[in-house]
Design a protein around this ligand. Structure first.
Ligand code: ATP
Ligand code: MG
Length: 232
């Protein structure tokens, strides 16, 4: 579904990611793991068209999207729930979702919103509540729901579980597995390594802007050497 070839990205003269190769398989959950400052967010933002790509290429669903804008990537079916969630705190749940569906017709956005409410009933109950007054877990649901409003083929989630209670994380991962069962492709960044190794199909370990391992999550789970590497 997504192929990164020798991807370089960063900020002005500073390169944060130094030429990474990564394949994200269609209909699978891939976890991008690595220590603070490794370049995970830079990679996710570059994929979403919000951080400059300085070299290499990105092929999404058979099309080279390296030079496309963020909006053009959204229209082709890629959506990001960014680190820190970036909700509009003073807008309601419903208004935040409307923003996520800005590229769609009214009828399509209404259908997408019904689907989001089916996945996250908590959001339906709080449709008029200010996003800033939601719990952390509800805010993460809203950030994912807003991304789903464009009915993407692929969902990028940066820091899925950060700051959330285990029960809430369980519920969000269960929703991701339900989305996967409907054919969704997911690339997520996750600090909780055991959790990611358990629920992802594939994993990639990014250290200091370079990929040091990619492969099936099961391989990383079953090998003591790899588990230790991922947890270090
Ligand atoms: N806006 C920016 N301007 C300049 N450098 C930046 C900017 N954002 C990030 N960087 C640098 O890029 C590198 C990678 O940062 P990035 O946020 O991608 O890491 P990360 O793996 O997401 O870390 P974390 O786990 O802490 O979220 C770091 O050296 C960081 O200082
Ligand atoms: Mg980050």
């Amino acid at each position: 579904m997504l192929e990164l070839r020798a991807l370089r990205c960063g900020y002005g003269l500073v390169e944060a990611v130094h030429g990474i190769d990564l394949n994200v398989r269609r209909g699978c959950i891939t976890a991008l793991l690595g220590p603070n400052g490794a370049g995970k967010t830079s990679t996710m933002m570059a994929l979403a068209g919000r951080v400059a790509i300085q070299g290499g290429s990105v092929v999404f669903d058979g099309e080279d999207i390296t030079r496309l804008s963020g909006g053009e990537r959204t229209r082709r079916g890629m959506a990001l729930a960014p680190e820190g969630r970036r909700l509009f705190a003073d807008l309601s749940v419903g208004e935040n979702l409307t923003v996520g569906g800005y590229t769609r017709s009214k009828a399509d956005a209404a259908r997408a919103q019904e689907r989001v409410f089916g996945l996250f009933p908590r959001l339906a109950e709080r449709v008029r509540q200010r996003a800033g007054s939601l719990s952390g877990g509800e805010q993460q649901m809203l950030a994912i729901g807003r991304a789903l409003m464009s009915s993407p083929k692929m969902l990028l989630i940066d820091e899925l579980s950060l700051g959330l209670m285990p029960a809430v994380v369980d519920s969000i991962f269960a929703t991701l597995l339900a989305l996967k069962a409907q054919g969704m492709t997911v690339l997520l960044v996750e600090q909780n390594v055991p959790r990611a190794l358990r629920d992802a199909d594939d994993v990639a370990l990014l250290v200091a802007g370079r990929i040091v391992f990619t492969g099936p999550a099961q391989e990383a789970r079953d090998s003591e050497r790899l588990s230790a590497l991922f947890l270090s």
